[in-house]
Design a protein around this ligand. Sequence first.
Ligand SMILES: [Zn+2]
Length: 129
Amino acid sequence: MTSDRCICLGDDCLAAREAIRKAEHIVGLVDESHFIVSILRCVGCGQHFLSLFCERVDWADGDDPQTRVVVPVSADEVQRLKTANVAADENAILEIVANERRFLYHDMPKGAAETLAWKTRTLFIPGHD
Ligand SMILES: [Zn+2]
């Protein structure tokens, strides 16, 4: 266990989510009504995150299921994400943020318990699977 790791990367998912919620918004890559991609930076340690947010519209009522994936990315990946045309082709994200990654997964399904957990696996784009 490393003790000097910022809470934004810590095993405490709730604390990590709070730190990421307070993170500085660096740039938006996609801003559609139900799909938002942005780059954030932790105010505590400067770690960059790629945030993917998807709201699935089911037209039943206002309580639509939502999924957020927040993946720590390197400064080099931030540069590549900024220059890639992610809005035109969201799969460019998966080419840049490749391989198995640790990311914070927050799933808020309709009428069911939400899931908040760190996962280590190949990144996926919520709502695009
Ligand atoms: Zn941090």
